[in-house]
Design a protein around this ligand. Structure first.
Ligand SMILES: [Zn+2]
Ligand SMILES: [Zn+2]
Length: 162
């Protein structure tokens, strides 16, 4: 969605609010698509003493899969975004400033970029998830390992005789 802020560029104290529901269900994180629910983007662009400042809250509930045990679980996602907007860049090096295109910018793109940059690289169902046993596949959060202890072959031969 293109948000036009032309009307407040020269109006100190002016503001434009937005409240959008975006679809990030196509955002791929290593083969999983966690943003299964609508993503709420609520905020405003305000002209503070001649500078345009954007603040936004990005919220959703992600459908996650634990990296260790493979359990599916829901995880709330919240991100606060603050950016300065400008009609021209005085300092090319400063990429914190979002350059307006004809007095407007793409709110979806800004939110999507912030969302992707702030995703956790590791997803755990809980901090101390014990994961799965590599031998028997038992979920060690809920059950004991079922791997049989290796029996000494000499004892095995003896057991057959008894
Ligand atoms: Zn887990
Ligand atoms: Zn095991």
């Amino acid at each position: 969605m293109r948000l036009d802020v032309q009307s407040i560029i020269h109006t100190p104290g002016g503001g434009i609010e937005f409240n959008e529901e975006l679809d990030f269900s196509d955002v791929d994180f290593g083969g999983v698509y966690p943003a299964v629910r609508p993503v709420s983007v609520v905020g405003a662009v305000r002209n503070v003493a001649g500078m345009l400042s954007l603040t936004a809250d990005i919220d959703t509930v992600l459908a996650c899969v634990c990296d260790r045990c493979g359990a599916a679980f829901d995880k709330p996602f919240h991100l606060g975004v603050e950016r300065m907007l400008a009609t021209e860049l005085e300092d090319e090096e400063n990429d914190d400033i979002l350059l307006l295109d004809d007095g407007a910018f793409e709110l979806d793109e800004l939110a999507r970029e912030a969302f992707i940059l702030n995703m956790d690289t590791k997803t755990l169902c809980r901090e101390d998830c014990k994961g799965l046993c590599s031998g028997c596949g038992a979920n060690l959060n809920f059950e004991a390992c079922r791997c049989k202890k290796e029996i000494d072959p000499r004892w095995a031969a003896l057991q057959k005789l008894l």
